[in-house]
Write a protein that binds this ligand. Structure first.
Ligand SMILES: Nc1ncnc2c1ncn2[C@@H]1O[C@H](COP(=O)(O)OP(=O)(O)O)[C@@H](O)[C@H]1O
Ligand SMILES: [Mg+2]
Length: 272
């Protein structure tokens, strides 16, 4: 941690806010959130449903406009990116994988076409051969056999396979930061562990930074170095995962912990 702190952060978020609606009906989905993330760190964002986790993810991915605040990646002001060229470059550095992998795929495209298209859109400089290599390598990374998977259509894959293809799609651009928003919530227990272990392996192999979003403290505990706790749009607590879980400062974190009685067994994948 001390050596990491001497580097400049990969991601700096300052006073980030996003509201929906106005007047009496205003929703402060993300409210004045600030945090840093260093290269190679796995940070979990936890909070109950509606606490603003997905809105924060979409802001960071520049899929949604911010109301106010700052986002810097590699020292650059991300909110100044407006044209497609800048955004496509940005999405080669920061990638997302989401909860509902089936909805994320075009049902009329083979997996090969899906992966090739999304990579081609982001990086036009690659040759067909390079695209093919990146796709195959990414599938191997997530433990899928390219020759088997590439010719298939989304409906022919299981939930766990689709989830891994979604992660592979993010990996094709070789991102520095992967934002995974509840990537295991559609999976049954045994597959959940597989996906969590896959994320940890990617972090180790590529020193990739990961933001892992979950409503499940057990999964957060299993994967993360650092924990951010969101409540009603605000970041109410953050710190090294073990520290936050052993000595929670905020009332809401204590309540979350009370719902997970087995959590004191450190680094057990509780709830997975
Ligand atoms: N597009 C939207 N329009 C209006 N309200 C939204 C929109 N997206 C999210 N919200 C609201 O913002 C709050 C946070 O939602 P969300 O970020 O999805 O939370 P989480 O991912 O933690 O469940 C909720 O109150 C939700 O209803
Ligand atoms: Mg969500």
């Amino acid at each position: 941690m001390t050596t990491q702190n001497r580097q400049s952060p990969l991601l700096e978020v300052r006073n980030l806010s996003r509201t929906f609606g106005a007047g009496d009906h205003i929703v402060r989905a993300v409210d004045n959130v600030s945090f840093d993330l260093y290269k190679g760190e796995v940070v979990a964002i936890v909070g109950e449903s509606g606490s603003g986790k997905s809105t924060l993810a979409r802001l960071l991915l520049r899929l949604l406009d911010t109301t106010s605040g700052e986002i810097r990646v590699q020292g650059k002001d991300v909110l100044s990116y407006h044209n497609h060229g800048d955004l496509k470059k940005y999405w080669q550095v920061v990638q997302g994988a989401f909860q509902d992998s089936f909805a994320a795929f075009n049902q009329f495209y083979s997996i090969r076409r899906t992966l090739a298209k999304s990579l081609n859109v982001l990086d036009r400089t690659l040759t067909n051969k390079e695209v093919q290599e990146r796709i195959e390598n990414s599938l191997l990374e997530v433990g899928l056999e390219p020759s088997d998977i590439l010719k298939k259509w989304p409906h022919q894959l299981s939930g766990g396979q689709l989830q891994r293809v979604m992660i592979a799609r993010a990996l094709t651009v070789e991102p520095e930061l992967l934002i995974a928003d509840e990537p295991t919530s559609m999976l049954d227990a045994s597959l959940r562990v597989t996906v969590l272990n896959l994320l940890l392996a990617l972090q180790k192999r590529h020193n990739m930074s990961i933001i892992f979003i979950t409503h499940d403290l057990g999964q957060a505990n299993y994967v993360s170095d650092r924990l951010l706790v969101m409540y009603k749009g605000e970041l109410v607590e953050q710190g090294p995962t073990a520290e936050v879980l052993n000595n929670p400062q905020h009332e809401y974190t204590r309540r979350l912990l009370a719902d997970v009685p087995r959590l004191h067994r450190a680094h057990e994948p509780v709830g997975v």
